[in-house]
Design a binder for this molecule. Structure first.
Ligand SMILES: CC(C)(COP(=O)(O)OP(=O)(O)OC[C@H]1O[C@@H](n2cnc3c(N)ncnc32)[C@H](O)[C@@H]1OP(=O)(O)O)[C@@H](O)C(=O)NCCC(=O)NCCS
Length: 169
C-alpha cells in the first residue's frame, strides 16, 4: 500500500506549477496586486527555507520565504502559505511555518515578517508590528503586518522602509 504520511521537503523550481495552482485557487488573480507580492516580485525565494508538503506524491501545501530588507537590516518575508482545501485543519499549515522558521533560525536569520491574521499566526510566535517603525511597500492593515524574532532584539533594531532585496534570478 502507498505510504500516505505527510512529508515536508525544501521547495524546488520544479514545484512551481503545482504551487501556482494552489495559490490561484486560494487567492485568485488579485494576489498579484497585494502589497506583499510586490516585495517578492523579481526576487528568488530562499529555496532552502521554503517548504512543500506532500501526501504520497500529491503536493498539498507550500510556504515561501523571500529575502527582504527592513531599513538596513536583512529579513525574510513569509508567504504565501497555502494548503489544499481538502487537507486543511490537519496542522499542515502550522507545520510548514514552523519548519521554515526552524530552518531560517539555523541559517542565522534574525527577523521574519508576514501579512496575515494574528489569530492564526499568533500561536507560531508572530505578533503585530504596530509600533509604526516599519513603513511597508504599499497599503497594509497595520494589525496584519506581523513579525517573529528569531534573534532577540531583531525587531527593535529594524526601522524604516520594508523593501525588496534584490537578488539576481
Ligand atoms: C491558512 C491556511 C494555510 C491554514 O492551513 P491549515 O493546514 O488548515 O492550517 P492548520 O491546520 O495549521 O490550522 C488550521 C486552523 O487554523 C484556522 N485558521 C485558518 N486560517 C485562519 C485565519 N486566517 N485566521 C484564524 N484562524 C485560521 C482554521 O480554522 C483551523 O482551525 P481548526 O483547527 O479549529 O479547524 C489555509 O487555510 C489556506 O491555505 N488558506 C487560504 C490561503 C491563506 O489564507 N493563506 C494565509 C495567508 S498568507
Amino acid at each position: 500500500m502507498a505510504d500516505l504520511s505527510l512529508i515536508l521537503s525544501p521547495q524546488t523550481p520544479a514545484d512551481h506549477p503545482a504551487i501556482e495552482k494552489l495559490d490561484e485557487r486560494a487567492f485568485g488573480p488579485g494576489r498579484f496586486a497585494r502589497s506583499a507580492y510586490r516585495l517578492r516580485e523579481g526576487v528568488e525565494p530562499d529555496y532552502a527555507l521554503s517548504f512543500v508538503a506532500r501526501v504520497g506524491t500529491l503536493l498539498v501545501g507550500a510556504n515561501r520565504m523571500t529575502p527582504i530588507r527592513c531599513g538596513d537590516q536583512p529579513a525574510l518575508l513569509l508567504g504565501p502559505l497555502t494548503v489544499d482545501p481538502a487537507f486543511r485543519s490537519g496542522g499542515i499549515g502550522e507545520a510548514l511555518v514552523m519548519r521554515s522558521l526552524e530552518a531560517a533560525r539555523a541559517a542565522g536569520h534574525a527577523l521574519v515578517l508576514l501579512v496575515g491574521d494574528q489569530s492564526y499566526y499568533g500561536r507560531m510566535g508572530f505578533a503585530p508590528a504596530l509600533e509604526g517603525k516599519l513603513e511597508f511597500i504599499g497599503p497594509v492593515d497595520p494589525e496584519r503586518l506581523l513579525y517573529c524574532e528569531l534573534v532577540q532584539g531583531a525587531f527593535e533594531a529594524a526601522q524604516g522602509k520594508v523593501r525588496r532585496a534584490f537578488r539576481p534570478r
